[in-house]
Write a protein that binds this ligand. Structure first.
Ligand code: SF4
Ligand code: SF4
Length: 350
């Protein structure tokens, strides 16, 4: 692993070099909430001053750039007696992500396991994923973050460079040749021992700021034991089946496919849309039978996929502890509270 240190003012030069020839996506302020606190989102940025690298958490994850909420998969046109099929993986230009937090990079690494290395790789995802350059940046833990409990507060791979704020300087971890070559074009120095000490102090200070913890000890076994528990019914009674939790989740990838045929029957297209396992018809099959007609069974299976099934398949949960779902849920359903209640804690009503 190679490290470099740059003066903070050098980052603007790096951004401008990248933005000169590429599409750069980064955190920007997109509005304010009712308490006048900033709301952040990932958007295309061409002006460095718009970037908000000190952002908390974006409302939506970056997945719209590699798992769009709606995407045409194929178009068909009748040509004589045959259909002509056109497939577009919608990956026209590289995306440079400037300032992803560790949890969101870990989310991508988890998606890769299913959508790149799984039994049925998804070429639409692969085309965009392989066309990315990722600059990670450290974050300030928020009260709703529990990434540390999920092992996602730091990240080992899946990025090109990762930036840590050391006050006057940035400490940069480099994982790719491309990143190394970009950094050669700005004023970057090899770190000295004092930089290592500052880095370790920054890391330990940050670890102390995590205030929400989820006990994952033996969680897969506990979930097996508590499959019939009343807590699922209690949380299900509150769930609105709105699907917001899946939409804001950086690791949810379930989708539905619709086929549209033009009224003249000469053309058609197949469209993929991100879906939520909490929607009432998620488990409805041809003939009308619904395997999960109850809210509590749908909510339960979402938790079992993330904290039981995925762990069995990949030895890690399909949750990075970003806290977005709990923050966005109008019913106040949060992962730490649900898991605590399954472990024997009380279900809070409110
Ligand atoms: S858990 Fe919350 S966000 Fe998710 S579907 Fe239920 S009400 Fe909506
Ligand atoms: S389940 Fe919730 S906390 Fe976990 S990764 Fe998804 S949005 Fe974040």
């Amino acid at each position: 692993m190679i490290f470099r240190v740059i003066k903070k003012e050098e980052l603007k030069g790096l951004f401008e070099m990248l933005a000169a020839e590429n599409r750069v996506i980064g955190p920007v302020e997109i509005g304010q909430d009712r308490n006048a606190a900033p709301i952040y989102g990932f958007e295309q940025v061409s002006d460095f001053s718009r970037l908000r690298l000190e952002y908390t958490t974006t409302k939506l994850p970056a997945k719209k750039y590699f798992l769009p909420y709606k995407e045409d998969m194929a178009a068909f046109r009748l040509a004589g007696r045959d259909w002509e099929k056109t497939v577009d993986y919608n990956s026209d230009a590289p995306n440079i992500f400037f300032g992803l937090h560790a949890c969101d990079i870990n989310a991508l690494n988890k998606l890769d396991k299913v959508l790149l290395a799984g039994t049925y790789p998804m070429p639409y995802y692969a085309a965009k994923r392989k066309n990315m350059f990722i600059i990670g940046i450290d974050c300030e833990p928020q009260p709703y973050c529990f990434c540390r409990s999920m092992g996602s507060d730091t990240v080992m791979h899946g990025f090109d460079m990762f930036i840590t704020d050391l006050g006057e300087n940035y400490f940069i971890e480099i994982l790719s040749d491309t990143a190394f070559n970009f950094l050669k074009k700005i004023n970057a120095a090899e770190p000295v021992e004092a930089d290592h000490v500052r880095y370790m102090k920054a890391a330990s200070d940050r670890h102390l700021k995590f205030s929400t913890h989820v006990d994952t000890t033996d969680l897969t076994k506990i979930l097996d034991m508590e499959f019939q528990s009343d807590v699922w019914k209690q949380w299900g009674d509150r769930c609105l089946s709105c699907g917001t939790c899946a939409n804001v989740c950086p690791t949810c990838y379930c989708y539905s496919v619709e086929e549209h045929v033009a009224i003249d029957l000469l053309s058609a297209k197949k469209t993929k849309m991100l879906y939520s396992c909490n929607f009432i018809d998620f488990a409805e099959v041809a003939g009308g039978h619904n395997f999960r007609p109850d809210r509590h069974s749908r909510l339960k299976y979402r938790y079992y996929h993330k904290h039981r099934g995925f762990v069995e398949a990949y030895e890690e949960p399909l949750c990075v502890g970003c806290g977005r779902c709990g923050e966005a849920c109008l019913a106040g359903i949060t992962v730490p509270e649900v898991i605590s209640s399954v472990r024997g804690g009380m279900v809070k009503h409110g």
